[in-house]
Ligand binder design. Structure first.
Ligand code: THU
Length: 131
């Protein structure tokens, strides 16, 4: 099966595990790492709202905690086709492969794909700290 289809299915499935009693938003993400492995995440909210973690960051932290450091593709699924928030984009920039692709999918099957560098031009990366 096509990798985008696999990521979409896994992201949609992950969205069903969302813990979102406050916003009720169901967000799912599936990311493919440079070694081909796939990690998923859902949004996990908190009564102290600032403790909420987005689906994309949950997937990324799961991968990094397994020492998988380079992301090739990120799929984010919501009913409405929400784009990744700014904080998620910043966390992605830490672990993005030079050609990383981001795909935004909605319930109707609409998909918008872009290079990460187009989603977040001029991002602040670990390279900037090599001083
Ligand atoms: N959310 C995500 O999971 N990813 C994003 O990129 C945008 C927002 C979640 C966080 C919160 O649980 C809900 O959507 C509303 O902001």
């Amino acid at each position: 099966m096509d990798i985008k289809k696999i990521l979409r299915e896994k992201a949609e499935e992950a969205s069903k595990n969302a813990y979102s009693p406050y916003s009720k938003a169901l967000v799912g993400s599936a990311i493919q790492m440079s070694d081909g492995t796939i990690y998923t995440g859902c949004n996990v909210e908190n009564a102290s709202y600032g403790g909420t973690i987005c689906a994309e960051r949950v997937a990324i932290l799961k991968a990094v905690s397994d020492k998988k450091m380079q992301i090739e593709k990120v799929y984010v699924y919501t009913k409405e086709g929400w784009p990744p928030c700014g904080m998620c984009r910043q966390v992605m920039s830490e672990f993005a492969s030079p050609t990383m692709e981001v795909i935004i999918g909605d319930v109707a099957g609409k998909e918008t794909s872009m290079k990460f560098s187009d989603l977040m031009p001029l991002s602040f990366t670990p390279d900037h700290l090599k001083i």
